[in-house]
Design a protein around this ligand. Sequence first.
Ligand code: FES
Length: 253
Amino acid sequence: MIREWMTIVNHQRIAHQTYLMEIEGEIASMVETPGQFVHIQISDSFFLRRPVSIADVSPVKGTITILYKVLGEGTEALTTKLPGEKIDIVGPGGKGFPVDEVEKGHALLIGGGIGIPPLYYLAKQLKAKGHHITSVLGYRSEEDLFYVREFEELGEVRITTNDGSAGIKGFVTDALPDLNSVDCYFTCGPTVMLKNVKKELTGKPGYISIEERMGCGIGACFACVMETPCNSEKDYVKVCSDGPVFRPEEVIL
Ligand code: FES
């Protein structure tokens, strides 16, 4: 993990309150696994850095892409940054999805809202290794949809929206494929979604990314501490440094 002033090369709104930022710098060559994140200093006016997951990496351009949602004054201020400006980044942080350890097969990716972006880089990596991919992507509404075409280029895609304005009305668990055909699942999104996914896929090998629980992102604030089952070696884990990706049996959601 290093601190670097990265250069913004692309910054655009891609859906309701959702922005894509592509940034160039050495950190791009240091990303080891999908699911890792960077830590952004928005400006001097905002004391805390914000952890944002890496949605894509281009080794050719030396860039990473992040997608973020405007959730308050900090992320609102981030939207004003222009291509050519530099941005203070620490990263890459955390332990991502261990793509190399997963046996080739049918991979089911389940993402909700701003938990979807890290699954895109994961899908690209899995596809490159010959996995068959089904992605179930849950959004609040049609205006929130992003990256659907990008996921469609990598496999089958099922969309859900809370209000039924696109895809299936309901939640990601309402749009799961035949689970007998699934070899391994990968999920990222709000904790309530992760709980339901974990329940539906009980017994299947899988990986859960718990980004929603992150605060400082560098192991300093304890905001991300999670309980572990009683048979674990550790009493608790820190999402930012032990994760954000865990096996379902490693944490109590
Ligand atoms: Fe602060 Fe993990 S987010 S310790």
